[in-house]
Design a protein around this ligand. Structure first.
Ligand code: G3P
Ligand code: CA
Length: 313
């Protein structure tokens, strides 16, 4: 029965896609964000995962930032190395913040995935390294969109300033402001407020991991709209949030969404994009409505500017 409902919904999406131009230009974009790359198929936050996400149609690739003891921004979800890093215990266990980049670079962050997912294991995942943010900018340059999260920014020395300096070095800051080539996300409001104070033109996404109570929702969204362009939430909160967020010109990006049936229902509910471990599945659900990378980001930025203008009257 559920399968039938899914088929019916997918058919609806297909027919909708069929009546819009191939670019999907008649409908607002739904951005496909590769959560830690294509982490449903490859070890998260590795070059293998990012390459695959882009091949699979992700419009954005997502990075979680940690800071090494010698002040380098590296891309890893956890504060500690224990879950995904393998190698010498001295280098590859414990807090990232207590290791130098040289230590971190000795660790293998692919083998754990092969062990955990024998059905998806690949020999080339063995020996994958933790990338620095700079290495990603060097590899992908201005060809892709980045969705970067400041993780534990309260304990990472000048994480925000270091991020902005790298955006400048790779000439991504203006492209971020103008066309959302880089979106910066955080659970930490102070971190985003700090970035906003440093550069109010940068597009920021406030993450929230709990369903906000209704009376508090409007007030919290009012506050978020003073520094951010969007709200990243768990999918369960979508019905309560979309209308209120859109009324404030905030885009809504839930995470992480992997079942196609949930993707369809969130698109129907008005989500402006979503984080997914399986970007190929979201690409298939979007069909002709799927955009392509830079074009989708530019359009989302344009619609946001138009929303603000209309709101200002
Ligand atoms: O960035 C959205 C989502 O990634 C937040 O969850 O724990 O995967 O960083 P997490
Ligand atoms: Ca994240």
């Amino acid at each position: 029965m559920r399968r039938l409902a899914l088929v019916a919904r997918l058919a609806l999406v297909s027919s909708l896609a069929a009546v819009v131009p191939a670019s999907g230009a008649a409908l607002p974009p739904v951005v496909n964000i590769g959560h830690r790359g294509a982490s449903g198929y490859a070890p998260e936050h590795t070059l293998a995962s990012y390459d695959l996400a882009l091949q699979m149609g992700a419009d954005y690739i997502e990075q979680d930032l940690q800071l090494t003891s010698d002040g380098v921004l590296v891309v890893l979800h956890d504060e500690t190395l224990d879950r995904t890093a393998r190698g010498e215990a001295e280098n590859c266990t414990g807090l990232v913040s207590s290791k130098t980049l040289a230590q971190i670079k000795t660790c293998d962050v692919g083998s754990w995935f092969n062990d955990a997912h024998p059905d998806l294991a690949r020999p080339d995942y063995v020996g994958q390294r933790i990338p620095t943010l700079e290495e990603l900018f060097q590899r992908y340059g201005k060809r892709v969109n980045y969705y970067i999260e400041t993780k534990s920014p309260e304990t990472a020395d000048h994480m925000e300033e270091r991020l902005l300096a790298l955006l400048d070095k790779y000439r991504l800051r203006t492209l971020s402001s103008r066309s959302w080539q880089v979106l910066i996300q955080s659970f930490s409001a102070p971190s985003l407020e700090k970035i906003h104070a440093l550069d109010p033109s940068l597009p920021l996404i406030q993450l929230a991991s709990f369903p906000p109570a209704s009376p508090e929702l409007e007030a919290s969204l009012d506050t978020i709209a003073t520094y951010a362009v969007g709200y990243g939430i768990l999918p369960i909160t979508i019905p309560a949030v979309v209308a209120a967020a859109h009324a404030r010109c905030l885009v809504v990006h839930p995470w992480p969404i992997d079942p196609p049936s949930v993707m369809v229902s969130l698109i129907d509910a008005g989500a402006d994009g979503m984080f997914t471990d399986v970007p190929d599945k979201l690409d298939a659900v979007l069909g002709k409505r799927a955009g392509r990378g830079r074009q989708v980001a530019r359009r989302a930025a344009l619609l946001h500017r138009q929303c603000l203008k209309a709101k200002a009257g």
